[in-house]
Design a protein around this ligand. Structure first.
Ligand code: 5AD
Length: 342
């Protein structure tokens, strides 16, 4: 296997499958080193901060892996008001944040008009901040309304690029083609776009992960969210095992190598599964963290998987400690907008 940067960038599907099979248990340090040095040459040692606001845990979808799936009757559902969301932004801005990520389940209450109004209000009050939305699959007109209102970025993980595997993770009414189409539409509308996958979702093999890498190479998103699958007790996948940390690290590094300019979070799921997850992620090319700005009383209701961190260094209150950890790992916390560098 040619694991030089050039070698990795030119691999076809078969070669990527072999690479992933060989490297998933303990990735070759040379691959991680290549990823780090590519990240350093584009972004330096900066790690960008995004304030995450979980605006609603209502969801019309029934994804088999997700704790806030429609059929989970155990969740008490909440939805933040516009005032509450603006309050979270004010808190975040006072702490120095310049990116707010509004994430939620696919909640029909948040119509195009309500979201556009919300985005416009945030941009009016905080013109120096970027607004990222992560609200799922919508029609083009709705995405356009968000964009017209001033939204800068959109996160929509593709979850898996393999159609059969996609159907294994989602009920029939969800379509892999539509999901991918949304990402292309978002790009065309001028959003900075984030795609991404869970690592180790039930039934996933090196074959699917190789397809994910090729899909990411083709889509060329500005951001990629990669974290381990972690089971949730009130979902059909409750008895499945969690994704592996080394395989997640490998996928982060390969993503950095294939997409040198990508903004790559050391995800909450990675930090939740491994106490040193964030550091390991940064050492494999990650350069974003997303502390939680949601009101403390709703945080435990936004449980996508069991053991999800939402306090301490994952949260706004732990900002000082998180910055300290990032510095201790040899990186530089950066609370500016942190746009994609072309
Ligand atoms: N484990 C890990 N990640 C999950 N997500 C949803 N459920 C889980 C889980 N059980 C991820 C999905 C989604 C993102 C918001 O959270 O990839 O896109």
């Amino acid at each position: 296997m040619d694991i030089t940067t050039q070698g990795l960038r030119s691999m076809d599907h078969g070669q990527l499958v072999q690479l992933i099979e060989e490297q998933s248990h303990s990735p070759d340090p040379a691959i991680l080193e290549a990823a780090r040095s590519i990240r350093d040459s584009v972004y330096g040692r900066k790690v960008y901060f995004r304030g995450l606001i979980e605006i609603s845990n209502h969801c019309k979808n029934d994804c088999y892996y997700c704790g806030i799936r429609r059929d989970n009757r155990q969740v008490s559902r909440y939805r933040l008001t516009k005032d509450q969301i603006l309050h979270c932004c004010r808190l975040g801005h006072s702490l120095g944040f310049h990116t707010f990520v509004l994430q939620g389940g696919e909640d029909p209450w948040f119509t195009a008009q309500r979201v556009a109004d919300l985005v416009a209000s945030i941009k009016e009050e905080f013109p120096d901040c970027a607004v990222t939305l992560s609200l799922g699959e919508k029609e083009e007109e709705e995405y356009r309304a968000y964009r017209d209102a001033g939204a800068d970025r959109y996160l929509l993980r593709h979850e898996t690029a393999d159609d059969i595997h996609y159907r294994h993770l989602h009920p029939r009414e969800m379509s892999p083609d539509h999901r991918k189409q949304c990402l292309w539409t978002l790009k065309r509308l001028g959003f900075q776009v984030g795609a991404g996958v869970m690592i180790g979702s039930p039934g996933q093999t090196a074959n699917e992960l190789a397809q994910d890498l090729l899909f990411l190479k083709e889509l060329h998103p500005h951001m990629v969210g990669i974290g381990p699958f972690i089971p949730h007790e009130d979902t059909p996948f409750r008895d499945k095992s969690a994704g592996s940390i080394p395989q997640t690290i490998l996928m982060l590094a390969l993503t950095r190598i294939l997409l040198p300019h990508v903004l790559l979070p050391a995800t909450t799921a990675l930090g939740s599964l491994d106490p040193m997850g964030r550091e390991k992620g940064m050492d494999a090319g990650a350069n974003v963290v997303m502390p939680n700005l949601s009101p403390t009383d709703v945080r435990q209701l936004y449980t996508l998987y069991n053991g999800k961190l939402s306090t301490g260094e994952e949260a706004a209150e732990g900002l000082k400690a998180l910055k300290q950890r990032i510095r201790a790992a040899g990186y530089e916390p950066d609370l500016s907008r942190g746009d994609y560098k072309v």
